[in-house]
Every structure is written in structure tokens, then in C-alpha cells.
Ligand binder design. Structure first.
Ligand SMILES: *Cc1c(COP(=O)(O)O)cnc(C)c1O
Ligand SMILES: [Zn+2]
Length: 376
């Protein structure tokens, strides 16, 4: 029963078919029966590969890893309430995207892929580039022209070929689709193997809580690579009886680009086309998320919520979190603003887990600009 399945027409393909979408052009999901041996897991190295039997890579020889994962889950106080924060900004390339990249690039190696393409606002591109460098796979990354200099340097120094695309994030996505007609698409939104990596977020959180599920998780969302991965992970643990509930998922979007919010709030079946404005949290500014309907469905199923935050709230939240000694990038600070909003109506004993998704050192120009703007 381990296979790729189309979300729309239910066509089935082998996990060894090097494809990233269905013949009907729809997205694919992975059906896979994970195995968790808690005694074995406990004895292994503290990396995300400790859940080895829950990861659909056949041969250990194909694993591409920097011993990433098992990031600290640390208590941070917000307005008098302790929130557990997963420090995923401490990954080797500085963002949680390494979770997905490690498994996706391992799978690419298993498939004998020699070259990949990927589009990104920076962090996914950096992650795929680093893992391809280790795997010896040629890597082509497409980014919007205005991508942060730190991320652009990172991608190129890992040895990937960088293609800057003028225009919007959507223009970049369209250019890469053309390239992906000929080359394997290591996409963090299309390729279902990426989510087999980000699902380890849920495994780690539950293990760190003594194999218990939190009540609520608060996550930033653009194309949903972390949110959908976490949703898969919690469901897998529930299915085998390790946890007894799925946490409520609170998704945070920037008000200036919030298609999922409008779909959720309007109770719509399809994510609507929206008008967007530039946002301080550029990493979650995805106007037309490929898996949008799937994300909204996941949030609904957990009785969760989609909340939006304004640019000035994000800036304020970033300054506040830095003053506590944590250096995260602007996109990641949208989540902090979301936490503060959620706390206005949370209940006192709710166990809440959230995340630092990306490191502040990647976005020095923006951090300097924020500093020079003075008080916000
Ligand atoms: C990619 C990214 C996000 C959002 O992830 P999506 O897959 O677009 O939902 C959030 N924060 C940072 C730092 C990121 O790199
Ligand atoms: Zn199909």
C-alpha cells in the first residue's frame, strides 16, 4: 500500500516513479504505512532520521543527511503565558526547510536523478542546494529578483545555479514549471516527498512532550510545507495509537497576502484569487498556493483557525522576540504576532507549541532597516 496517489482523480503511481504531479496535472500525496518502535527510536542519535521506519526511503545508502533535526523545544513566555517553541531556525541551512530537503534529496538520489530544479523565496532553495551539494546532484534554483542577499549568497556558495526571475513570486513559479517539464522538480509545494520530511516536526514535538500531543500548534503558512507535513505527522501517530488526539492547527498569514484566510473565513470550497500587497514577511507571501484547498481542509478538520497579522504587528513582534535573545527572520516573526493574537482568547491550561522557522542572520539588510526605522 506504499504509493503515490492523485488527490483529484485518485490515479496511483509507484513511489519509484520519478514524477511530482499526476497525468491529470493535479497534486500527488503519498500513502505509506509508517512504523514506530519507541524503544529503538529512543536509543538512536538525536536527528530526524531516528524515525527511520516512518520515512519512505528504501536504502540507507541513499540517505543525505547533516544529522539535522531534534531541534530544542524551549519554553518562551509571552504576556505571562509559557509557549513551547521549536527552534527550527537552528537547522544546518538556517530554516525548517532542511526537514523536507533531506528526505526529498535522499529520494532523488534513490531515483537516480542527476539534476533538479526548485523555486523559492530563498530558504527552500538554500536547503535543496545544500543537500544536493552533499548528494552530488546538479541543482538549479529560481528565485524572485528581490530575494534576500544572504539567501542568494547561500544558494550560490552551495554550488547551485541561481536564476533570478523578474516580477512576482508567482512569475518565478511559472518559469520553473517550464524548466520542470524536463528536469526533476524538487518542489516544496508540489513534490510529496518534501512533506515526508516536514512531518518529523510532529514526531519530534510529541516525543519531546513524552509522546503526547499538544492542544494547539501555531504555524506560519504560505504554501503549507510545514503545516501539511505536521498534519501528516500527527495523523500518523494517531493512527498507530501513540497519541490520542490531533492538535488544533492555528495557521498564521500576513494580512497583505492571505488567500487561505479568505477561504477559511468565507467557508469557501476553493481558495479565491486575491489582491496582494508587499509584506515584511515575504517568505509566506504565496498568493496562489498549490495545496491551498488541502491546507484549509487540514485546519478545518482540526477545528483550528487561520489568523492574519499586519506588517506593523510583525515588526513589533520581531523586536520583542529579539529582545528576549532570539534572532529570527521577519517571516518567522509573523508567527510570533500570531501567537500574541491567539493568546487573547486561549484558555489558561492550553498546551501551545509554535516554531521559529528561519534564522535572522539570513536577512541582515531587512534587520538593519528595521533597526533604523526606530520604534514601530
Ligand atoms: C518557507 C518558510 C515559511 C512558510 O512555509 P510554507 O511552506 O510556505 O508554508 C515560513 N517561515 C520561513 C522562515 C520559511 O522559510
Ligand atoms: Zn490525477
Amino acid at each position: 500500500m506504499n504509493q503515490l496517489i492523485c488527490r483529484k482523480c485518485k490515479a496511483i503511481y509507484s513511489l519509484d516513479d520519478p514524477r511530482w504531479k499526476c497525468d491529470c496535472d493535479s497534486i500527488l500525496d503519498i500513502e505509506f504505512e509508517p512504523v514506530f518502535d519507541l524503544e529503538k527510536i529512543k536509543k538512536r542519535k538525536p536527528t530526524m532520521w531516528r524515525y527511520r521506519e516512518a520515512i519512505p526511503i528504501q536504502n540507507d545508502a541513499n540517505i543525505i543527511s547533516f544529522d539535522e533535526g531534534v531541534t530544542p523545544l524551549i519554553e518562551v513566555d509571552f504576556d505571562g503565558k509559557p509557549i513551547l517553541i521549536k527552534q527550527d531556525h537552528l537547522f544546518p541551512t538556517g530554516s525548517f526547510k532542511d526537514r523536507g530537503a533531506s528526505i526529498l534529496v535522499s529520494k532523488a538520489k534513490e531515483l537516480g536523478v542527476k539534476e533538479v530544479v526548485e523555486d523559492s523565496s530563498g530558504n527552500a532553495g538554500a536547503a535543496i542546494s545544500a543537500y544536493c551539494a552533499k548528494a552530488g546532484i546538479d541543482c538549479n534554483i529560481f528565485v524572485p529578483e528581490d530575494t534576500a542577499a544572504g539567501k542568494i549568497a547561500q544558494i550560490q556558495l552551495y554550488g547551485a545555479k541561481l536564476n533570478k526571475v523578474p516580477g512576482t513570486r508567482e512569475d518565478t513559479a511559472n518559469v520553473v514549471l517550464k524548466a520542470a517539464e524536463k528536469v526533476y522538480y524538487a518542489s516544496h509545494s508540489w513534490n510529496p516527498f518534501f512533506f515526508q520530511g516536514t512531518k518529523t516536526f510532529a514526531f519530534e514535538v510529541c516525543e519531546q512532550l513524552g509522546w503526547k500531543s499538544p492542544d494547539t500548534i501555531i504555524l506560519p503558512v504560505g504554501s503549507g510545507s510545514l503545516l501539511l507535513g505536521a498534519y501528516i505527522g500527527f495523523n500518523e501517530l494517531l493512527d498507530v495509537g501513540i497519541i490520542d488526539k490531533i492538535p488544533k492547527i492555528i495557521a498564521v498569514q500576513s494580512e497583505n497576502c492571505a488567500p487561505l484566510y479568505w477561504a477559511f473565513r468565507g467557508n469557501l470550497e476553493e481558495v479565491p484569487p486575491i489582491k496582494t500587497k508587499e509584506t515584511f514577511a515575504e517568505g509566506i507571501a504565496i498568493a496562489d498556493p498549490i495545496r491551498g484547498n488541502q491546507i484549509v481542509e487540514a485546519v478545518r478538520k482540526t477545528k483550528g483557525n487561520v489568523i492574519v497579522v499586519k506588517d506593523n504587528e510583525i515588526k513589533k513582534a520581531l523586536k520583542e522576540i529579539c529582545k528576549k535573545g532570539y534572532y529570527i527572520e521577519p517571516t518567522s516573526a509573523a508567527t510570533i504576532a500570531g501567537i500574541k493574537k491567539h493568546l487573547q482568547k486561549s484558555n489558561p491550561d492550553e498546551v501551545i507549541v509554535s516554531v521559529f522557522t528561519g534564522h535572522g542572520l539570513k536577512t541582515t539588510e531587512k534587520m538593519l532597516k528595521l533597526l533604523n526605522e526606530g520604534s514601530v
